[in-house]
Design a protein around this ligand. Sequence first.
Ligand SMILES: [Fe+2]
Length: 246
Amino acid sequence: MSMTTTYVPRQRQWSLEALFEGVSAAEVTCSKEDAMAAEPRLWLDLAAEWDARLLQAHIVEGDRGFSQEFHAFLRVWAEDEERHTEGLLRLYSLVTGEPSDSVRSRLMAREGDFRAVESLFDGEFEVLVLLAYDKAMSTAGYGEDIPFYRSLGPASFGRLLRELKNDEAMHYRNAVELLVLAHSDRLAEVPEVVARAVKFDEAQEEYRATFVLDHATDQFDGARMERVGASVVRTIQRRMRRHLDR
Ligand SMILES: [Fe+2]
């Protein structure tokens, strides 16, 4: 692996404080019943954001010999996911009325089970392809979630989801960028690695707090995963080809 260009992961800037300024439980205008019906979905999104730190610890503790550039990518990603967690935690607490300390302690009790998904973590190339696919799915998912979140009351809920969606798109871009700069020699393997991730995603019945591949429990079916997977393959390979032609 050789790096011919310096890699700097990009990070969007936005403020959680500004977003939630003046927002109180009084602005949550949905009915009690709607709030209760929304709770499982809100928890799933919140918990998945929280689980980013479980995945980060799992990757870092694995002492995998990944590059400095990969760790730079991971740091920016983890920072963003922490902010996503904080935003969704506030939102969850406002909608359900559960105090944020109580929500936080339930999150802290979570443990990731990476035994199954570890088979997709062979090396840096594989992890980046997996994250690219996962990010492409999350970007689509959050985009579709905006009206649901907006329906709970405050306009800032919809805006929060838009920030999350745009951050996920940036993570996708950061992952693709590093794949192109450091792993273009493995262009031919991209379809197979994406296919493994899609297959795992389709087959997984229970999400195990691993951050990645939580879509079977989400709003997606297999056809959707395959479509997103195909688009990820096209994007990565096109950019790699362009890079190799230079
Ligand atoms: Fe996120």
